[in-house]
Design a protein. Structure first.
Length: 207
């Protein structure tokens, strides 16, 4: 039964895993009619308006999401599917015999992002949305490499069963972020470690 329960729960939550990246519209303030003459030495520094792109995924985004794991999840053991939304491409792998699921999102931040944006995006509010259909969840550890790869480690419970969860976040480009969520029953820790080492061999657990 736990094989069925995990998929019922995950199928509901993956659609609400994340909020759309914030888009801050550019604004223009016209100068007053009687603008005083400004000498070159007094001229204020120009402001930089971010150049935003479309939030709609293109074929390159789909290809990137589907190839990101580089064949880690064998099609004989894992059932793959993907979906396209306004600002993301989502890929799901299911392993019925093991009761495991892997969920990847290639997110588009149309106006770019910085570290504070990711801090806000992957925050307590976001985790509540991800785990809203679990009976309980607990953030065990979180860490980050010097080049910005993040790892969040959780334990969660649903329908009386316990699961181990690892959630990596990687900055892919200036406007793209890829997150990878791996869920295994807690008693399959060794198998989770095996797949974690194939996905992120240098950062499979927090130090």
């Amino acid at each position: 039964m736990k094989k069925i329960y995990i998929f019922l729960a995950i199928a509901i939550i993956v659609s609400s895993c994340s909020k759309k990246p914030d888009v801050i519209p550019a604004t223009f303030t016209p100068l007053p009619v009687n603008t005083p003459i400004v000498r070159p030495t007094d001229r204020p520094l120009p402001t930089v308006t971010p150049v935003c792109i479309s939030s709609e995924p293109v074929q390159k985004d789909i290809d990137r999401a589907l190839s990101y794991t580089e064949g880690v999840f064998d099609e004989l053991e894992w059932e793959q599917s993907y979906a396209i939304a306004e600002n993301r491409v989502s890929v799901t792998w299911l392993n019925n015999p093991e009761g495991a699921i892997v969920y990847l999102e290639a997110l588009i931040f149309p106006c770019g992002y910085e570290e504070p944006d990711l801090n806000r995006y992957y925050s307590d509010e976001n985790w509540k949305a991800i785990f809203q259909n679990y009976e309980s969840y607990n953030l065990i550890d979180e860490c980050k490499t010097d080049d910005g790869l993040r790892l969040y480690e959780f334990e969660a419970q649903n329908f009386g069963f316990e699961y181990g969860i690892k959630y990596w976040v990687e900055s892919d480009t200036d406007t793209r972020v890829i997150s990878t969520m791996v869920v295994f029953p807690l008693d399959s820790e060794s198998l989770m470690d095996e797949y974690s080492s194939m996905l992120f061999p240098d950062y499979m657990v927090c130090p």
